[in-house]
Design a protein around this ligand. Sequence first.
Ligand SMILES: [Zn+2]
Length: 300
Amino acid sequence: MSQIFENCRSKGACDYKFDEEYYEDIIYNNFAKDVQVNTEIYEPVVQNVEDHATKNIHKFQSKVKKDNASLIFDETSLKEAKVLGQVDCKFIAAIMKKRSGAKEAGEYLILFDQHAVSERIRLERNLADYLNEEQWVSVEVENIILKMSNDQILYLHNYKDKFTQLGLQWTINDKEVNVHSIPEAILGKNPREVEKVIKAVRNLIIEEINIMKLQKGCLSFYPKSIMDLVFSEACRYAIKFGDQLSKNDCIELLNALSNCKTPFQCAHGRPVMAVIMDIKVENRDYKINMTKLKKFKRVQ
Ligand SMILES: [Zn+2]
């Protein structure tokens, strides 16, 4: 009886009624014959195989450490990456070279997290739209009326230039602040709900005043109240796990990623890729054993 059939029966791998003859005669026997014939005809000659035997384990481990330390990729590695395609509607598989100038050249099989890649691209594109050199791009809005304390109004008044850098414009009526321009990043590409916008504007003013108090009048150019919205927008509209991508989509994504300023981290700072394995450049020559081939021909 074939091993496949024995396994199926003893391990209860399949529940349906077995066709004993089918398993015995066709699948296993043909498979076994093919394997035998092929291994007899093709004799592999593998060169440069490293000795990974136990006695060399320490040497091997320190080599792995050293290899990983020099495992550095750059935009060129990304630009020249050979895209293999999508895996499991989650990852983009590609072969990537170490950056030029690395001690030894090497190629690696890489899996990119498709969500993280898309998120990073969106983040940088959106930021490029939201920032204009030293200033956050400002958009006019219907008046947002905020009630603020005297202290806060004083800060708004004294540091008007700095708040303008953030894209805020307002007029003050008694204790009310009429905000008529806000950073576009707070509004978003697909405008957010009014309450969220009002809350974000208020948070931005309070956050910056607190920072100014701590840092003697210096403001934060990337305040949390804006950046959290920018990050979550990039995440929300990015490609998700489960989205199907064609090979072309994958190529375009990696190409766009290579143009990013920080291509190896997602919007939240997590790595966008994982190195799966080192692809050794080995000369794997196969030569045909003519004597056995001739014998095989005669049998046919
Ligand atoms: Zn995300």
